[in-house]
Design a protein around this ligand. Structure first.
Ligand SMILES: Nc1nc2c(ncn2[C@@H]2O[C@H](COP(=O)(O)OP(=O)(O)OP(=O)(O)O)[C@@H](O)[C@H]2O)c(=O)[nH]1
Ligand SMILES: [Mg+2]
Length: 518
């Protein structure tokens, strides 16, 4: 089922048409077919700095992302190439090659692994470490520092690679046709180290809360970002995740309900002998259905979708109860017809309309009632349908009683009373049954609620722990960055980061003491 992705060449993911961004349907369709978690590697940097060339190396191919042969910027928009991850089984590596920046100030990226290739062609980068800031308040310094500060802020964890010139100047134009032994051996080694580092260190793309991103999720994120940008908004990770959660949680409800209905149809044989039997099966299917929802849903704010699931499960349970009642009633009516029709025929023929006939009639009636009661599989309406039938035939029995000449008036009166008492007893029993059923339904409601709460609590507790670990990791990295800024003499930047860290720490201690469900 989880077959490896086959994409012979990159496709354009986002087109840049006169500054307007458009998502390309072909690329979105490809993403929608990738059920595996994705590792996303994007590259950004100045134009004509060998980004596309490097991305081809990551794809393990000589050709793919198209390289520029002129001095003009070549790649337009964002191109995507999905390949099986070379070292992580059951993962897809999504390579994103971007349009070269004319101005490094435009660099704005978010979480996925991003390589910043800032190496100008024909120029070795001798400035080590790479992200040092320039002292001074002039335009030149600000211009120099801003992208570096941004990169340092958004990518607290960094790793720098310096590449030597790949080959002799004359050969640079046709790099992609050269064999490794025609390239500078240092460069070949550096590229191999770079690729190995990326493969080993790039994590599966997750969204806040440790939720793994697969192809369809990435597709939705792309669409949400593009929409936000088209509307003039800043693409915001939080909003994109919420939009994604809406789509997926609503699908998770549908999936969980479909599972419940399918399992109930498979496991329940209508009519069931007792209501409890149906409710027990409901409880088992409901538990699994909630599990399925909990597994696939995320960021279900105020449990909006779980509440919807609960309501739909209740409706479906009631539907099964109604079907159960109907199945039982149909079965009992058919049985009554089969068992009692011969007696009705005999009455019509006048067999019991003679002296002593009433006694024979009641005897026969008792026998047939027993026969009916002995019959298995009638379901929960057995008694009610029988009583309804007997009641409907009561005037026939009365007529036979009144016309039987072997009985005295006194005996007839006693018999009428006996029949009345019997009917009253039967209706009391039915009332008790009904109360019992109501009680069982109420208990089931409480159990359903408890099941929802139990599963939700477990999930929220797990998510809370993950979020806290995530926040603590971020704080640790930010603290390192703050210390570095301070050491470099950037007091105001360091102070700003210090405030950010304090806010984060406050949030962590809040979530530590927070009760999961109140
Ligand atoms: N000197 C040198 N040339 C390189 C290097 N990497 C690639 N090239 C060559 O530089 C040219 C441009 O490379 P690309 O990979 O297209 O550069 P790019 O950054 O994708 O360019 P844009 O798409 O315009 O942003 C090609 O002819 C490559 O063969 C490198 O590390 N050093
Ligand atoms: Mg390019």
């Amino acid at each position: 089922m989880d077959s490896e992705i086959q994409m012979p060449a990159p496709v354009c993911l986002i087109e840049n048409v006169k500054g307007k961004l458009l998502a390309n349907q072909e690329a979105l369709d490809i993403l929608s077919t990738i059920p595996q978690p994705v590792v996303v590697v994007a590259i950004v940097g100045l134009y004509r700095t060998g980004k596309s060339y490097l991305m081809n190396k990551l794809a393990g191919k000589k050709k793919g992302f198209s390289l520029g042969a002129t001095v003009q910027s070549h790649t337009k928009g964002i191109w995507m190439w999905c390949v099986p991850h070379p070292i992580k089984p059951k993962h897809t590596l999504v390579l994103l090659d971007t349009e070269g920046l004319g101005d490094v100030e435009k660099v704005r990226t978010e979480d996925s692994t991003t390589c910043v290739k800032e190496l100008q062609l024909e120029r070795k980068c001798l400035q080590i470490p790479f992200f040092n800031l320039s002292i001074g308040n002039g335009y030149k310094e600000k211009n120099f520092n801003l992208p570096r500060l941004c990169i340092r802020k958004f990518f607290p964890k960094k790793k720098c690679f310096i590449f030597d010139r790949p080959a002799h100047r004359k050969k640079l134009g046709k790099l992609e046709t050269l064999h490794d032994d025609e390239l500078d051996s240092e460069f070949v080694k550096q590229v191999a180290e770079f690729c190995s580092y990326i493969f080993n260190n790039s994590k599966t793309k997750t969204i806040s809360g440790g939720i793994k991103v697969n192809g369809p999720r990435l597709q939705n994120l792309v669409l949400t970002y593009i929409n936000a940008i088209s509307c003039g908004d800043l693409p915001c990770m939080e909003n994109a995740v919420l939009a994604l959660a809406q789509i997926e949680n609503s699908a998770a409800v549908q999936k969980a309900i479909a599972y419940y209905v399918q399992q109930m149809n498979q496991r329940v044989q209508l009519p069931t002998n007792t209501l409890q039997e149906l409710l027990d099966l409901h409880r088992a299917c409901e538990k699994e259905s909630i599990e399925l929802f909990i597994k696939t849903s995320f960021k279900d704010i105020d449990q909006q979708f779980q509440k919807e699931l609960a309501a739909q499960l209740e409706r479906n349970r009631d539907e099964f109860c109604t079907k159960n009642i109907k199945a039982s009633a149909d079965c009992c009516s058919a049985l009554i017809q089969e068992i009692f029709t011969p007696l009705e025929e005999e009455v019509k023929q006048g067999i019991y309309s003679k002296p002593g006939g009433y006694r024979f009639f009641t005897q026969k009636l008792q026998e047939l009632k027993k026969k009916y009661q002995m019959e298995p599989g009638k379901g929960i309406q057995a008694e009610e349908i029988l009583q309804q039938y007997l009641e409907s035939k009561q005037d026939v029995a009365d007529a036979l009683l009144q016309t039987d000449q072997t009985l005295s008036e006194k005996e007839k009166e006693i018999e009428v009373e006996r029949v009345k008492a019997e009917a009253a007893q039967a209706s009391t029993k039915m009332l008790e049954e009904m109360q019992k059923k109501n009680q069982q339904m109420m208990e089931q409601k409480e159990k359903s609620y408890q099941e929802h709460v139990k599963q939700l609590t477990e999930k929220m507790e797990k998510e809370r722990k993950e979020l806290m670990a995530e926040q603590e990791r971020t704080i640790a990295l930010k603290l390192q960055e703050q210390a570095r800024l301070l050491k470099e003499g950037f007091q105001s930047e360091s102070r700003q980061l210090h405030n950010e860290i304090q806010n984060l720490q406050k949030r962590v201690s809040e979530s530590r003491s927070k009760c999961v469900i109140c």
